[in-house]
Design a protein around this ligand. Structure first.
Ligand SMILES: Cc1cc2nc3c(=O)[nH]c(=O)nc-3n(C[C@H](O)[C@H](O)[C@H](O)COP(=O)(O)O)c2cc1C
Length: 415
């Protein structure tokens, strides 16, 4: 079983993570994790925070000489903001977020932001300062999930499982569906408003260049209006073997586990697999993925030959009965427009209960959809890695590989 816990406040000292269940002898480096963290930081519509931070996860334990030990892996991501402050002339957060009691006076946040965790959080935890809620509900924490997801991704690579994400909608602008996506194009230098060189496609992580252009315009328009925009991301995992997850109990279904992990990402308000919600308009004969009678012969991981099951279509998104079908796993997540608005919505004051014209604003993103694609990739990697370990086990990566090879050689048609 792969499990992890994260800790850390948005403007606190650091984010810390413990990941447990990774088999021994998996090659893992800080540079590898850092590359995934860097991908989360880019994207048109992000706020000033991303210019301050250069996320880097230090590996504290569980790895020796570049190989995992099978023991818990400890990770630490420093918040640069904690010591550098909000900008060149600004004070650092060391006093306001001090662990020890502090004599320095600071303004509590009392004008609650509709759409954020402020209002239910202060009620539930009986707080008089919404900062005590927003520090943890901030999506800064998703950096921790991306770092942890990088460990899972490294593990999955050993089994030829690849995970890619892209943006299919921002602010009502929908990308045209594409048969195949050039994933490397989405990783090119992103275009920035201040420095408009590089790729607009990469800036919004959208494979359709025309839609990418319009998405950037939609983000600009929201910025001008002091508002925010949401959207939809799609993540595709290829190479997952048939039979991960299980139909036998609701909480063992991979659909349950994937949906919970994706819904757990800040601002995600819906999840669908494959043809998803559009299936409500179709007949069964238009939806279900016909099994090809005789699969092409393919090289098995053990060097032999297999005829894997394969499908004419993949409307199920690679999931039937809560198990993988062997086709690509396709997950989509819809993100709401973020809640911290420059123009501020009407609200109430926490202390007086009186009307306030504009809710609290602090440096915020305008659109987080491109970054969210990387976060969804990370949690999909975590769920798939967990399901692989559940199926194939192994305390050493070779043991896992041996079990995977043996299974793959027998997973095609009987006979
Ligand atoms: C990558 C990412 C960055 C985010 N940045 C912001 C932000 O700058 N401002 C904001 O109000 N919400 C931001 N959010 C969303 C909030 O964290 C989220 O809406 C809030 O925690 C309330 O939770 P809920 O929307 O899941 O109900 C971000 C979400 C993601 C995935």
């Amino acid at each position: 079983m792969l499990r992890f816990l994260t800790a850390g406040e948005s403007h606190g000292k650091s984010l810390t993570i413990i990941v447990e269940g990774v088999p021994a002898n998996l090659p893992l480096t800080e540079e590898y994790i850092g590359r995934q963290l860097a991908r989360r930081q880019v994207g048109y519509g992000r706020g000033g925070r991303m210019q301050i931070e250069t996320d880097y996860a230090e590996i504290l334990s569980g790895v020796r000489h570049g190989l995992t030990l099978g023991s818990p892996i400890g990770l630490l991501i420093e918040n640069r903001d904690f010591v550098t402050g909000r900008g060149p002339d600004d004070v650092p957060w060391t006093e306001e977020m001090s662990i020890a009691p502090s004599d320095v006076p600071f303004e509590p946040i009392t004008s609650l932001r509709p759409g954020h965790a402020d209002t239910p959080g202060i009620a539930k935890y009986m707080q008089a300062d919404a900062r005590n809620i927003l520090e943890r509900s901030s999506a800064r924490e998703t950096a921790a999930r991306v770092a942890t997801g990088a460990v899972a991704r490294r593990f999955l690579e050993e089994f030829r499982v690849e995970i890619h994400g892209h943006v299919v909608c921002i602010g009502g602008v929908h990308a045209r569906p594409s048969e195949s996506i050039d994933w490397s194009l989405l990783e090119e230098t992103p275009y920035h408003r201040e420095n408009p060189h590089g790729s607009k496609v990469a800036a919004v992580r959208c494979a359709d260049p025309v839609a990418a252009e319009q998405m950037i315009a939609a983000i600009d328009a929201a910025r001008e209006a002091g508002d925010s925009v949401g959207g939809i991301v799609e993540v595709v995992a290829t190479g997952a073997p048939i039979g991960l997850g299980s139909h036998v109990q609701w909480d063992r279904k991979l659909t349950t586990r994937l949906a919970a992990a994706v819904m757990g990402i800040n601002a995600v308000k819906g999840v669908e697999f494959g043809a998803g919600f559009s299936q409500s308009d179709l007949r069964g004969s238009q939806v279900h993925d016909v099994v090809k009678p005789v699969g092409e012969w393919e090289r098995a991981p053990d060097g032999g030959w297999v005829r894997p099951w394969s499908r004419r279509t993949n409307n199920s998104g690679g999931l039937e009965g809560g198990m993988t079908t062997g086709e690509p796993v396709v997950v989509r997540a819809i993100l709401k427009p973020i809640a911290t608005l420059m123009k501020g919505l009407e609200t109430v004051d926490l202390t007086t209960g009186e009307f306030v014209e504009r809710a609290h604003f602090e440096r915020s993103d305008i659109c987080v959809v491109p970054a969210a694609a990387v976060v969804v990739e990370a949690v999909v990697a975590l769920v798939l890695a967990d399901a692989m370990l559940e199926k194939f086990g192994g305390d050493h990566i070779e043991e896992t590989r041996r079990n995977w090879r043996a299974y793959m050689a027998s997973a095609g048609p009987r006979g």
